[in-house]
Ligand binder design. Structure first.
Ligand code: NAP
Ligand code: GCO
Length: 264
């Protein structure tokens, strides 16, 4: 029986994957046989990413590209198709967060988060879908969030973007499912990466950050998750094993959404 979880012969583009969640997903996809392609907005980060992939034994392909720049994205995709091959798997991972109380947030800050976290996945998906249609198959995985379902103070722009990304996921499913393109989301819980480092900083008195304690009380496993724990779910959604799964958001959250939280 063919290994339905294999990614052998597949080209995977993971956006913003010099480190963090994207890097964790890329490692798992490499181990499943995929050729890894990633981008970042600065050559400095692409170079750092290339070095990290090399150290992990991965011969990755890195490109400098801002996912919000449609011309640059189209140029990057054309270069990838010429230099590496047609993109079979797209992981829209690149993203930022701004933690500012809504009434103190400028419209420019709000727009920047929406631009990167929602317009970016639209732009990159639009760039890769035509070749996926020609090839007769494609896999798109959008990295959503707990904030695709829940709100919390100071993350209005991010929650709006990730809620929109959930619905963009469902709409790509609806519009391109007939072309054998499966578009699903992964909704990570709280993952220990640079993006959440401020929420885990040890306090001046040596105590744990209140948010760190809060998240551990809201996660049944009582801990932060790590980027590598997203690799298996990503390989599943990138492989033939999920050909009948479309428009689904797979929450990889350690059970947060199922749990009222530990009694203080
Ligand atoms: P991270 O450590 O901050 O990494 C984000 C990556 O995206 C960086 O490589 C960054 O590049 C890149 N990026 C930012 N803006 C970009 C742009 N305009 N074009 C191209 N690349 C860009 O974040 P992370 O924690 O790994 O999160 C990755 C994704 O998972 C994000 O979409 C995030 O919202 C989502 N997520 C994270 C968590 C969590 O708990 N960490 C949970 C749920 C969802 P630079 O280094 O050059 O800025
Ligand atoms: C925050 C965190 C979260 C995580 C993630 C949770 O400030 O609440 O950054 O938003 O990044 O999105 O799924």
């Amino acid at each position: 029986m063919a290994n339905i979880f294999s990614l052998e012969g597949k080209v995977a583009l993971i956006t913003g994957a010099s480190y963090g969640i994207g890097f964790g997903i890329a490692k798992a996809m490499h181990n499943a046989g995929a050729t890894i392609v990633f981008n970042d907005i600065k050559q400095e980060f692409v170079d750092k990413g290339m070095a990290a992939y090399k150290e992990a034994g991965i011969d990755a392909h890195g490109y400098v590209c801002d996912v919000t720049d449609e011309d640059a994205v189209n140029e990057m995709v054309a270069k990838i198709e010429k230099e590496v091959g047609v993109i079979d798997i797209l992981v829209n991972n690149a993203g930022i967060i701004k933690r500012i109380p809504m009434c103190e947030m400028t419209a420019a800050d709000f727009r920047q988060v929406i631009d990167i976290d929602l317009n970016g996945p639209f732009i990159v998906s639009k760039a890769v879908i035509p070749s996926m249609i020609k090839k007769g198959h494609g896999k798109i995985i959008n990295i959503c969030s707990m904030m695709s379902e829940l709100g919390r103070e100071t993350v209005s722009a991010y929650a709006a973007a990730k809620g929109g990304l959930k619905m963009l996921t469902r709409n790509i499913c609806a519009e391109y499912g007939a072309d054998n393109i499966q578009c699903n989301g992964i909704g990570p819980g709280y993952i220990a990466t640079p993006q959440t480092a401020p929420l885990r900083e040890t306090q001046a008195d040596g105590s744990r950050h209140p948010f760190d304690q809060f998240i551990c009380s809201r996660t049944p496993a009582g801990r932060w998750l790590n980027p590598d724990e997203l690799g298996g779910p990503a390989v599943f959604l990138a492989s033939d094993a999920s050909n009948a799964v479309n428009g689904h958001i797979l929450y990889v959250d350690g059970g947060i959404l199922a749990y009222i939280g530990k009694q203080p």
